[in-house]
Design a protein around this ligand. Structure first.
Ligand code: GSH
Length: 119
């Protein structure tokens, strides 16, 4: 299967996918760690794909989204953004709205705590 086919299958068979450096339990880059930390803290179920384990996926995901960096968050097959965007969306409440609209479970109190801590 080509990298593009593999990526398409991954983002269409998992509601939430984070392409990252390292794993959700052991991130290997600060940007990936930040996004995984947000998702973990908010209790969101997601698939993690370690791009450091596969050079074709590392390049392929940039081609797929036309976005030059890792991490990359996908919800319901749609590219949402990287670390800066996901952080902003968490703080603004936009991420909550997206999750609610998409029917994805998360801990709203935890999301509120992140916002309180960053107010
Ligand atoms: N501003 C970016 C930061 C992410 C970033 O700069 N990632 C770099 C360093 S980890 C990257 O993916 N470079 C390309 C690569 O390593 O393949 C974001 O919001 O996600």
């Amino acid at each position: 299967m080509s990298a593009q086919d593999q990526i398409r299958e991954t983002v269409t068979t998992n509601d939430v996918v984070l392409f990252m450096k390292g794993t959700k339990m052991m991130p290997q880059c600060g940007f990936s760690s930040r996004v995984a930390g947000i998702l973990n803290y908010m209790g969101i179920e997601y698939a993690d794909v370690n791009v450091l384990a596969d050079a074709d996926i590392r390049q392929g995901i940039k081609d797929y989204s036309d976005w030059p960096t890792i991490p990359q968050l996908y919800v319901k097959g749609e590219f949402i953004g990287g670390c800066d965007i996901v952080t902003e969306m968490t703080l603004s409440g936009e991420l909550d709205q997206l999750l609610e609209k998409s029917g994805i479970a998360y801990n709203k109190e935890a999301a509120d705590k992140i916002r309180e801590a960053n107010a």
